[in-house]
Every structure is written in C-alpha cells, then in structure tokens.
Design a protein around this ligand. Structure first.
Ligand SMILES: Cc1cc2nc3c(=O)[nH]c(=O)nc-3n(C[C@H](O)[C@H](O)[C@H](O)COP(=O)(O)O)c2cc1C
Length: 252
C-alpha cells in the first residue's frame, strides 16, 4: 500500500507510476478528513510513502499522519520516495525517525527531481520552461529506474543532498513553519473572476467562497495549489509572488 501527498500533482503522478497493479493507494489528506489511521497489511505487502520535499524535510502533514497511523502486520519492505525541486537536505534522516517511532524501518529512501513549485520567498520561482521540460523528461526514465529498484526490494539511499543540510533541515525548517506556513498572506487581485478552481484544487479543502471570492480557512500547508491553478494569476501570497511564474503537473 502507498500513502501519498501532493499539492501540484508531481508526487501524485510519481506515486501512480510507481504503484503495482492492484496496489492500494491512499491520499493522506483524505485519510485525515475521514480520521482513518488504522491499516492492515496483507501478507508480503509492501509499505510506501510518496510526498514532495517541503523545506528540506517531509511535509509536516505527512509526519503528523505517520505519528497517528497504526499499521497491523509487518511490512515486507518499506520505502519513501520524495519529489523535490533540487535538494532534499535531511529529509531521509527525519522521515526515518518518524517511522522508527512507529517501530517501522525504512528500506529505501529515494528522490526524484521534478519541477519546482515553491515561489513564496524572494529569489525563489518556478523553473524556466526549458528546465521544467527537461526535468519532466528525465523524470520519466528515473521513475522507471525507481520502479525497478522498488520491485527488487532494493535497500538504497538515493536522496539529493547539495549541502548545508543541517542548517536547512534543522534550523530553517522550524522557522519556515513558524513564519511562512500560513494562509493569512493569501489574497486575490481584481483579476479574480470567482471561477472556483482554487477551491477545487486545494488538497486540504481549505478554501470556501464569500461574495464570489475565495477565502482561506486556516488549514493550509502552503502547497501553493491555489496560486498555481489560478488561470488569471489573481491569487497572491504577500508581495513575493507578484512577478512569479505558475506550474502544476499536467499529464501529456
Ligand atoms: C512549501 C514548499 C516547500 C518546498 N521545499 C522544497 C525543498 O526544501 N527542496 C526542494 O528541492 N524542493 C522544495 N519544494 C519543491 C517541491 O518539493 C517540488 O516541486 C515537488 O515536486 C512538488 O510536488 P507536488 O507537485 O506533489 O506538490 C517545495 C515546495 C513547496 C510548495
């Protein structure tokens, strides 16, 4: 069985491609909405997690879910596949600890580079079209490679770590969650036509409508799905997104 989270579709696509025929797939926000935390593994069933890297760790909502989940039966093989724009920092180390607390071992920790979705800080933007296209092309081959590794139950550590991992994952990540993971900075410009795509695409169902305009209701992980899906670029996060690009995964 595979548990996954995805804001803009990269990790959803990867999770679907990596799944084996008939394998059970669970979208973590859906499980949270239904308060579903107990799962029974079948004999020889593998246990997998697929998620985007958020500030050089697994998204907090993924770690929080793992803390609540109860797995009955011993997984034959456990893997984590993280999609990232460029760098995972200490994602593996932290996620391994999340699992350890539940008495679970991690056999494979693997990263797949995908187009970047984080735009909320100065200097951070989506990839240029050529880079994004190249990443998606390379990802196809990488996904096939990873699928084979997982089917062979390979014990591997293949995260992408570019440097200053402790500073990023130990020091910056807690500050990031304290100051930047909030929906209070979202607003719409006059370009908003009230089409509702932001609400439709919010994985946490955090957006409702009042007087034809979206309002955010406090349960946000800043995946930026609302921002990226807006066909009029009318959703902004403070001032930093005003001149940034948009991206979400589109199946060819
Ligand atoms: C809040 C947030 C934080 C991110 N932090 C990182 C990061 O630390 N390192 C990285 O390489 N990419 C980072 N990214 C980019 C995503 O990990 C990457 O684009 C991922 O493939 C998005 O997956 P999704 O489409 O399934 O949401 C971040 C994106 C968001 C929205």
């Amino acid at each position: 069985m595979i548990f996954f989270f995805s804001g803009l579709g990269n990790s959803r696509y990867v999770a679907e491609k990596l799944s084996m025929e008939g394998e059970r797939m669970f979208f973590i926000p859906e499980l949270e909405r239904n308060q579903c935390y107990r799962f029974v593994l079948e004999k020889d069933e593998r246990l997998g997690f697929v998620f985007p890297v958020y500030c050089w760790r697994a998204p907090k909502l993924v770690s929080d879910f793992v803390a609540k989940m109860h797995i009955e039966g011993k997984p034959e093989y456990t893997f984590a596949v993280a999609t990232c724009g460029d760098d995972c920092g200490k994602t593996e180390r932290y996620f391994r600890k999340d699992l350890q607390r539940k008495g679970l071992a991690l056999d494979a920790a693997i990263a797949i580079q995908m187009p970047n979705t984080y735009v909320n800080l100065p200097g951070m933007d989506v990839d240029a079209v050529e880079i994004s296209t190249e990443k998606l092309q390379k990802a196809e081959a990488r996904i096939s490679e990873v699928k084979t590794l997982l089917e062979q139950k390979a014990r591997v550590s293949q995260m992408i770590v570019t440097g200053a991992a402790s500073l990023k994952s130990d020091v910056v990540q807690p500050l990031f969650y304290k100051f930047l993971v909030t929906d209070k900075k979202f607003y719409t410009t006059d370009a908003c036509v009230g089409c509702g795509l932001c609400a439709e695409n919010c994985p946490l169902e955090n957006i409702s409508f009042a007087k034809g305009r979206p309002q955010w209701n406090g349960n946000c992980t800043t995946c930026m799905s609302c921002y990226h899906h807006c066909p009029h670029h009318a959703i902004q996060f403070g001032k930093t997104t005003l001149s940034k690009g948009q991206y979400y995964f589109k199946e060819k």
